[in-house]
Structure formats: C-alpha cells, structure tokens
Design a binder for this molecule. Sequence first.
Ligand code: PAF
Length: 309
Amino acid sequence: MKPTSQNSPLLIFGPGALGLYFAARLHQAGYPVVLGHKLSKVPESREVSVLVRGKGQTETLTLPIYAPSELLHQFGSFSLVIVTVKARHLQTVSTFLQRLQACFFLFPQNGAGFERSLKPALSGQFVRLVVTFGVTRTKPWQVEYRGDGEIWMEEKFLEPAAILQKAGFQVRLVEDIQPWVMRKFLVNLVINPLTTIFGVPNGDLTRVDPDLTLGRAILREGLEVLAAEGWHFNQEEIESLVISVLQQTAQNRSSMLQDLDRGALTEIDWITGYLLGLAKRQGIEVPYNETVYRIVKGLERKHGHLELF
Ligand code: PAF
C-alpha cells in the first residue's frame, strides 16, 4: 500500500499529547504529516521540533505546522484528518472542520455526547476511535509514551485502519464502535476524576483508593444510568477493563490530571458531567459522581483555567 491513498497529507489538528504522538508515529512510518494549531501558537518558521520518548527510544523530528486559515487556503485536501483537540474545543473548531476537505476525520476524544452535531457536517467520513494507550506531554513539544494499549475502531474503515497499523498502532476492529465508546467512557469515568483529585499517576490509584472502593461506587452508578439508557454492561467485565488500563498505563498521568497540571479546563463535562445529564433525565441519584464532579470543578477554579489545547 502506498503511504496515503491520494498522496495528500495527513493532518493532525491539535498538538497535545495524543496529537503529537499520532503525528510522530505516522511521520516515522513515511506519511506526509502536517500539524494544525491555533494561529497564536504557530511559530513564524511554520515548523516545530518534536521530541518523542517511549519504548526505550528518544527521537526528535521536525514537522510543518499551520494555522486553520492557512490549512484551508494552502492545502487542497487531506487524505485523513485526526482531530486531537479536546472534546471541549470541538464546538469551537467545528466551523473550521466543516470547511476542510478530507476522506476521513478521526476522533479519538475521551467522553461522549459530541458526535451527533459533528458527523453530518463533515466532507468525509466520521471515524470514532477509542484509544486505551497512555501518553503524557512533558513539555509543549515533547511527548512520552507511557503505557500500552490499543485503538478500537469500526471494521468498515479499512483504509484509516491500515494507515494506523502501518504506523505501529495496535488496532482492534469492531463491528459497531458505540458499545466500545461507552466501555471506554466508563473507564474514564472512574480513572480520570479520581487520579485528578488524588493527583496521582494511574498506577497509584489502587494505592490511594484501596480495593478501588470509590472507583467501584462511581462505576456502579455509571452502570445503573447507562442501563436505564439501554446500555447493559457486566460490572465485572468493566472492572477488569479499568484494572487492566490502570496496570498498562501505570506510569501515565491521566489526561484530566495533565489538563489540570497545566492550568487548562478539564474534560469533566464530557465525562462525569455527561453522566450527570443522563442521570437527571432518568431520575437516578448519583451522589458519588455528583461529588467528584464538584471537586474537579473546584480544582479547575483553584488552578485557574486557561483555554489551552
Ligand atoms: O484519558 C486518559 O488519560 C486515557 O484515556 C487513559 C487510557 C485513561 C490513560 O491515562
């Protein structure tokens, strides 16, 4: 297979931890990668030097980077766009995304509740990714791989799946991504707010919350609400998934904790906040989730919240 279907570049929009990691892997696999970021963050040289650490290796690579208007005017189309801005920024960038020409738009965000508004408006296919590996941005243009995991996506998207596989990602193909989005949602519902509140890497969560007592209570509420919405998952299956993600990504600071570390707003509204909305609609009390939501909101206020991505 050639590097890209039409040899047009691949755009990674949003150079946070996940964006830089995707960009680095794809670039190393020989794909023409372009980064996109907001104008105020794009250097005059229109290129950045990215340092990637992981699996015992450190590499530095130089990548082109452009602002949204430049991407629209200087590039005809992209074979693939990976949108790696946080869920909370999707609304802001949606007009730009709608104007981009691309075959596939890949969305690896945590959380739920943003698909419906974006999907019909894009020029290419909307591809939801579920990512279970851990990456940490150690400095603005530095990223560290901190935990194995997979990318889950629908089997009908063979072309983007092949590109990701060629770049070394473990891709698990599933018939319907939605149940996997909800499974990952439950994993993030437990891990992200608790690691943020305790300020610990994923691997330390079972030390500060022995037997995952809080984690299980949060999960129980989540399962009850999702069941009322028609999503039935086995508690044991999701508990084992949470534990396996905690073990595999033990060195990683969850993305929510990383957001807080750099004074940014977190994704709490797309994770716990989304659950609270469903719980309200179903008339179900979720005191544990309500409490962690309020604490994370309080931490955001305490740490200041700049609009960074
Ligand atoms: O949000 C995150 O940090 C990630 O989804 C995960 C898999 C929990 C690893 O830290």
